[in-house]
Ligand binder design. Structure first.
Ligand code: HEC
Length: 158
């Protein structure tokens, strides 16, 4: 008698969980047909202008912390904590969206050796400010295009 009850309970439990799964699947498919996110969708940054981006780089004083070998920017007074990676080899290193993320959310990716290099403060956070409130999407797209164009000193003039 007990065994029969156990069997019935198991059957009911497995049936109900199964039908729930099926319902969820159907909902997902319905959503896809209306306002769902296409399966291979990815965020793409608007096309930027590298020459404009260079201007933004100087205006926003990115060169306070970032050297770009082969580039000369207006002289700027550096503070003690104004350090950052040299950026002349950025071309081909990252997609545009990665550059945009480094500018609007510097803490999203921090190098494992950032502490030794002095790139992070006592709190473990990047010394780079977050520019989300300061720069427009166009400026960020232009900056990303500029960074993506930096092929290093060796390639200058070719
Ligand atoms: C106060 C110093 C400082 C300023 C100003 C600054 N950065 Fe940075 N930046 C850093 C530091 C430190 C890192 C490394 C830690 C990190 O990834 O946040 C970094 C990382 C980056 C990276 C990632 C490099 C890589 O190889 O992953 C990019 C790209 C970058 N900065 C672009 C910019 C741009 C563009 C500006 C100006 C809008 C700017 N930075 C202003 C300090 C600064």
């Amino acid at each position: 008698m007990n065994q029969i009850i156990v069997l019935i309970v198991m059957a009911v439990v497995s049936f109900s969980s199964c039908s729930k799964e099926r319902k969820a699947e159907k909902n997902d498919q319905q959503k896809m047909g209306e306002h769902g996110t296409p399966a291979n969708w990815k965020f793409t940054l608007p096309q930027g202008n590298p020459a404009e981006g260079r201007k933004v780089f100087v205006e926003a004083e990115c060169h306070k912390c970032h050297e770009v070998k082969g580039e000369t920017y207006p002289t700027i007074t550096k503070g003690k904590g104004d350090v950052g990676p040299e950026l002349s080899q950025m071309a081909g290193m990252h997609p545009l969206e990665y550059f945009a993320e480094s500018i609007i959310n510097p803490n999203a990716v921090i190098d494992h050796d950032a502490k030794e290099k002095g790139y992070v403060g006592e709190d473990g956070k990047s010394k780079m400010p977050d520019y989300g409130d300061v720069l427009t999407v166009k400026q960020i797209s232009d900056l990303a295009a500029y960074l993506a164009s930096l092929k290093g000193e060796a390639h200058k003039g070719h």
